[in-house]
Design a protein around this ligand. Structure first.
Ligand SMILES: [Mn+2]
Length: 220
């Protein structure tokens, strides 16, 4: 009988390290529902997830970006939205940014034990974007994507800025997003969401060396 390579590499069950129990088995979670005359949005987020998502916003390109955000940040994310898309995509995209920022803030609660800072650089073919995150409690967005095209399909590329402004304001986080290079708007935006996801994953991670809240002020 031929033994599989995987079997040999992983060793016998007795040799494998024990599965370490997660510090928070249920994860840091939040649920936000937001209804206005323009949009109806419900979001569920588990910061300590596995990257699973169910996204239905009515804006296919945003669905694509939020699936990427969940997958590369290892967040479990459910987004259900219906908005006045007959007007345009602006209300829907911005309000999802607001609600997602609220869920991040609520899920992190007092931010005990988190790393607080995170940074990531992600390429997609010719595009390269850096994201630096500080979960400081002080909203700030440095938006340095230079997208020359007004649209990706039927998606207005300027809405990326509006989405991230709403998101960072409500999450009370500092985000510096810099395009190093790029030509294709789909690539630039996708690299930006991947970098944001990875940076936020790092910043939200529990570091056992952190005692209490990682701030000399005592709160974030
Ligand atoms: Mn894509």
């Amino acid at each position: 009988m031929v033994r599989s390579k995987a079997r040999i590499d992983r060793g016998t069950p007795a040799e494998r390290p024990a599965v370490v129990e997660r510090q928070r088995p249920s994860g840091r979670r939040a649920r936000v529902a937001r209804t206005t005359k323009e949009t109806d949005i419900s979001i569920e987020l588990n910061i300590d997830g596995r990257g699973d998502s169910q996204i239905h916003t009515g804006v296919p390109f945003l669905d694509h970006m939020l699936e990427i955000f969940a997958r590369h940040g290892f967040f479990d994310l459910t987004v259900q939205a219906s908005g006045d898309l007959e007007v345009d995509q602006h209300h829907t995209v911005e309000d999802i940014g607001l609600a997602l920022g609220q869920t991040v803030r609520e899920a992190l609660a007092e931010k005990v034990g988190i790393r607080r800072f995170g940074a990531a650089a992600c390429p997609l073919d010719e595009a390269l974007v850096n994201a630096v995150v500080d979960l400081s409690g002080r909203p700030f967005l440095a938006y340095k994507l230079r997208i020359k095209q007004a649209r990706v399909g039927d998606f207005d590329t300027e809405l990326v800025h509006d989405f991230l402004l709403a998101f960072t304001n409500q999450a009370a986080m500092n985000l510096h997003l810099h395009q190093v290079q790029g030509r294709n708007p789909h690539h630039i935006i996708e690299a930006a969401f991947k970098a944001l996801a990875r940076a936020l994953d790092e910043a939200t991670e529990i570091d056992p060396r952190v005692r209490g809240v990682p701030s000399t002020k005592g709160s974030l």
